[in-house]
Design a protein around this ligand. Structure first.
Ligand SMILES: *Cc1c(COP(=O)(O)O)cnc(C)c1O
Length: 370
C-alpha cells in the first residue's frame, strides 16, 4: 500500500444491514448506492448486498444500468427518476424502477407501448420543495399516472424529509401527516403500493416514518446523519453502527525539523521546538479537504498526532515529535477507526460527513477486507 486507500469492511457493512433490520423489523430495505456508494464502490457493495437487501436506490439512470450490467438482481430504483432527455424504454430494457416527480414524466410514460410494465414510485413533496408533486395537485397527477397503461399497478409512494436530522424540528411530523393525508385521499386503495419516507435520519430518529421501505444511505456505511456532538448521537458507533470505511495512506519519508522553521505552502505553521515531521501520501488530490483546521489529528502507530502546515495536492505533513519511532512506510489513518470517526473530521473540516465521503477522488484505491 503506497497510495491513499479506501479500506472497506464488508463485515461492517453486513453488520449495519442487520442492525437496520433489527430497528425496523417490519420494513424492507432500499440500500442507497448513489455516488459510487458514498465512495465505497457501488458495484462491490451491491454485489455483496444483493441477497441481503430488498432494493437498491441510485440517483442516475447510468448508475442503474451499470449495476444491471454487473449482474445485480434486486430491484433498482432511480431516485431522481428518468430525465426528460432519457429514453424511458431503457427502464423496461434494464428492469429499472423510477421515481415520478413531474407531469412531463407522466406524459413520457403515457406514450410508451402498453405492452411495457414500468414500476413507479410516485413522489409527493411534503416540505422538501425539491422534487415531487405539490401536495394540492398530487391526487390528480396520481390518477393520471394510474391511467398510463405502461405503468405497473399498484404504484409506490415516496417522499423525503428536509430536517430529519434535527431532532426537535416540528417539520418532520408535519411532513408525515401530509404524507398520510395524501394516502387517505386515494379512494382506490388497490392502486396504492409501498410507502417510503425515511432515509438515515428518519430511520434513526423518527420511527413513525419507517413504513414499508426504509432508504438508508449514510447509516448503511456506519456514519451518523446527525451533527457531531449533538444529544449524544455524535457518531455512527454510538448509534449502534460500525464504520465501513477506513481512509488511510502511509508515510513517504520522515524529516528532521528545527525549531522556528516554517512548513509548506504559505508557511502557515512554524514548529515551536525541534521535532520530526512525517510526509504522508495524501492530499486534496485524493479528496482530503485542503482547508481543514490546522492541528486536525491523524492516527499513527497507536496515537493521534496533528497535521501541520497546509494540505497540498499530494502530500500532508504531520508532527511526529522529536523522539518518535515511526518509519517511512508506516500506516496513517485519516478517518475510520474508533479514535478518529469521520464525523469528528467533519467537525474539523466544516463539512458534513456526507461531503467528506463523496469527495474522495478516483486516485484513492478501494480495498475490500474481511
Ligand atoms: C440520498 C438519498 C437517501 C439516503 O440518504 P441518507 O441520509 O444518506 O440516508 C434516501 N432517499 C433519497 C431520495 C435520497 O436522495
Amino acid at each position: 500500500m503506497s497510495v491513499a486507500t479506501i479500506e472497506v469492511s464488508l463485515t461492517a457493512l453486513l453488520n449495519n444491514v442487520a442492525y437496520l433490520r433489527k430497528i425496523c423489523p417490519t420494513s424492507q430495505i432500499m440500500a442507497i448506492v448513489k455516488a459510487n456508494a458514498y465512495s465505497h464502490g457501488k458495484e462491490k457493495v451491491a454485489i455483496l448486498l444483493d441477497n441481503y437487501v430488498d432494493y437498491f436506490g441510485v440517483a442516475r439512470l447510468e448508475e442503474g444500468i451499470d449495476l444491471r450490467k454487473k449482474g445485480i438482481q434486486s430491484p433498482i430504483v432511480l431516485l431522481e427518476g428518468f430525465f426528460l432527455h432519457d429514453d424511458p424504454s431503457l427502464l423496461q430494457q434494464y428492469g429499472l424502477e423510477t421515481v415520478i416527480h413531474c407531469s412531463q414524466q407522466i406524459d413520457a410514460l403515457a406514450r410508451l407501448p402498453k405492452t411495457m410494465s414500468i414500476s413507479c414510485w410516485f413522489k409527493i413533496d411534503t416540505g422538501m420543495h425539491r422534487l415531487g408533486f405539490r401536495i394540492d395537485q398530487a391526487v390528480d397527477y396520481f390518477k393520471q399516472l394510474a391511467c398510463c397503461e405502461a405503468v405497473k399497478k399498484p404504484i409506490n409512494i415516496i417522499s423525503h424529509f428536509c430536517s430529519a436530522d434535527n431532532l426537535t424540528a416540528n417539520e418532520t411530523m408535519t411532513q408525515i401527516s401530509l404524507f398520510d393525508r395524501f394516502i387517505d385521499q386515494i379512494d382506490d386503495s388497490s392502486l396504492l403500493g409501498k410507502q417510503t419516507i425515511a432515509a438515515s435520519g428518519g430511520i434513526l430518529a423518527w420511527s413513525e416514518s419507517h413504513r414499508d421501505v426504509i432508504r438508508p444511505g449514510i447509516a448503511l456505511y456506519g456514519v451518523s446523519p446527525f451533527d457531531y456532538n449533538e444529544d449524544g448521537k455524535a457518531t455512527g458507533m454510538q448509534l449502534g453502527l460500525r464504520p465501513v470505511m477506513t481512509f488511510k495512506s502511509e508515510i513517504i519519508t520522515i524529516r528532521e525539523h528545527n525549531k522556528n522553521e516554517a512548513v509548506g505552502y504559505g508557511q502557515i505553521w512554524r514548529s515551536e521546538q525541534d521535532t520530526c515531521l512525517g510526509v504522508v501520501a495524501m492530499g486534496y488530490g485524493d479528496g482530503y479537504p485542503r482547508d481543514i483546521l490546522p492541528g486536525t489529528p491523524v492516527w499513527i502507530n497507536g496515537r493521534l498526532v496533528p497535521i501541520v502546515g497546509r494540505v497540498s495536492m499530494d502530500m500532508i505533513l504531520i508532527d511526529l515529535g522529536l523522539n518518535s519511532d515511526d518509519q517511512a512506510g508506516d500506516e496513517v489513518i485519516f478517518w475510520g477507526n474508533e479514535a478518529l470517526p469521520v464525523e469528528k473530521i467533519a467537525a474539523y473540516s466544516g463539512m458534513s460527513a456526507y461531503e467528506l465521503l463523496t469527495r474522495i477522488t478516483e486516485r484513492a484505491k478501494l480495498r475490500y477486507v474481511d
